[in-house]
Design a protein around this ligand. Structure first.
Ligand code: ZN
Length: 183
């Protein structure tokens, strides 16, 4: 649990701060998942660590509902499938609350001003943009290392793990499996 409480991966990007609050197979006995938002201490730590102040102050039930939309969209991006209709419609409805204003400055540059008043609309818009980008190139992957399952943005096309720590753990697990199979 100590490594979990550090939340080294939280505080880098608001969308991924929200999506990566569940570790798959991360419970101490290695069997179940750990959801930060079902633990008062982990939720409190997350609220402090996330860089998005407007997210940090959302009610817990709102956070959980928004997270399920975000995770569904990132999962679809990772698996290169269509967005499920209810997910698409819910994200669209939230995105309406986050208009962007375009203006032209004196140098002829288009200036984009984010007028989002609420975190949900802003996150929904970012997720929709990310999903569309994922149809052209790999912008989202899910880490398949043991006790992880985090979504991440690969820096290289062959990057399979979210961190080198996860890569090391995954290789060690594979080695143990191979040895178990031969003995
Ligand atoms: Zn990982």
């Amino acid at each position: 649990m100590r490594e979990l409480a550090e939340m080294a991966w939280i505080g880098k990007d608001d969308v991924f701060d929200l999506s990566n609050t569940v570790t798959l197979g991360g419970s101490p006995d290695g069997s179940g998942d750990i959801d930060f938002f079902t633990d008062v201490g982990l939720t409190a730590t997350w609220r402090i660590r996330t860089q998005a102040r407007d997210l940090a102050t959302l009610r817990l039930d709102t956070l959980i509902a928004l997270r399920s939309l975000v995770r569904a969209a990132l999962d679809a991006a990772d698996r290169e499938i269509r967005l499920p209709k209810p997910v698409r419609e819910s994200l669209n409805n939230l995105s309406v609350g986050a208009p962007v204003v375009l203006t032209l400055d004196a140098h002829g540059h288009l200036v984009t001003t984010d007028t989002a008043a609420d975190a949900q609309g802003r996150i929904a818009r970012k997720v929709l943009q990310l999903f569309v980008q994922s149809q052209a190139s790999v912008v989202v992957r899910r880490c398949l290392a043991p006790s992880c399952g985090m979504f991440f943005q690969p820096r290289r096309t062959d990057q399979a793990w979210c961190t080198t720590r996860c890569g090391t753990r995954a290789r060690a697990a594979r080695y143990r499996e191979a040895r178990a199979a031969t003995t």
